[in-house]
Every structure is written in C-alpha cells, then in structure tokens.
Design a protein around this ligand. Structure first.
Ligand SMILES: *[C@@H]1O[C@H](CO)[C@@H](O)[C@H](O)[C@H]1NC(C)=O
Length: 161
C-alpha cells in the first residue's frame, strides 16, 4: 500500500513537473514555426544540405557568435568547446531552431518601430544581429520573407506571427 501511494505521488509530481516544463518551454519560444520556416526560406531557400561558408553554417546561415549568444546548444555528446559543436548544431534543423529561440529570447525587440515584436523584427534580428536590427535588409531577403509570411501566416495555430 505504502509503495503504491508513493509511486502515485511520484507519478503525479512528474506530470505536474512535465506540465510546468512545457509551459516554461513555450514561454522561451518567442518565434512561431511559420516565422522560423519563412526565415529559413528567405535566408537559404531552406536548403537542408549541410553547409558552412563565409562564416555561416546551416539552413539558417548562423554565425559562431550567434550560436554562442544562443546558448552554445550541442548535439549528441558534443562538448560546447569542441571544434565541431557549432557546425553540428546549426546544421541540424531542431538545434538551429532552438538556438534561434534562445537568441530571440535575449535580443527580441521592436526593430521597425511598429509598436510590436513580430516575425518582421525577428527576421531583421536574425539577419542583422541583436544590435543592428534597425538596418536595411536586402531586397531578396525581405521579399522572400514577405511572400512566405503572406502565404503561410494563416496556417499558424498560434495566431499572430
Ligand atoms: C543546397 O545547397 C547545396 C550546398 O550548398 C547545393 O549544392 C545545392 O545545389 C543546394 N540545393 C538547392 C535546391 O538549392
């Protein structure tokens, strides 16, 4: 009896704990999936072929400094200090996306002065950095982003992008 009661308490605690973790995770993910997909589309055509060149890697074209600011997330048994940790993480769609979420949690801001923080701001921050996001975006990047958001924002279950 006693052990049954204990395992029930443990199970209940685990569920509560899990619920709380999901809540915390949601709060730390400012960027919607549609926004992530459109940034990916605009910056690389969402090309998932492993890529590093010109100081950036992966389908989101992330720099080492961006990855470091995003918490030095790693894949598998990689140590954050290892040579390959950065390229391995940002070439993985999930690890790259989590890096972006962390970066935006830190640097999210109203870059275009429209009174809100949305995907247009996140896309500027992604391309220009947390301290330069009020700058100009290339026509190609902005145009692809606009078209992608116009096409897919209606599908976002979380509503506003
Ligand atoms: C994806 O990237 C690779 C490596 O940079 C390139 O060789 C390939 O042509 C690209 N694919 C598309 C569809 O652009």
């Amino acid at each position: 009896m006693a052990s049954n009661k204990l395992s029930c308490t443990l199970a209940f605690g685990a569920i509560l704990c899990l619920g709380f973790a999901v809540l915390i995770q949601a709060q730390n993910k400012p960027v919607t999936d549609v926004c992530l997909g459109c940034i990916c589309e605009a910056i690389s055509g969402c090309n998932q072929t492993h890529y590093c060149g010109g100081g950036v890697c992966g389908l989101f074209r992330i720099t080492w400094a961006y990855w470091a600011d995003g918490g030095k997330l790693t894949l598998g048994n990689d140590s954050p200090q290892s040579e390959e940790a950065f390229a391995n993480c940002v070439n993985d769609p999930i690890c790259a996306a989590n890096t972006i979420q962390n970066y935006m949690t830190k640097f999210g801001q109203d870059c275009n002065g429209d009174g809100g923080v949305d995907c247009y701001d996140y896309a500027s921050i992604h391309k220009l950095g947390g301290y330069g996001c009020k700058g100009e975006l290339s026509y190609q990047y902005k145009n692809t982003l606009d078209q992608c958001l116009a096409t897919f924002s209606g599908l976002d279950v979380r509503g506003s992008f």
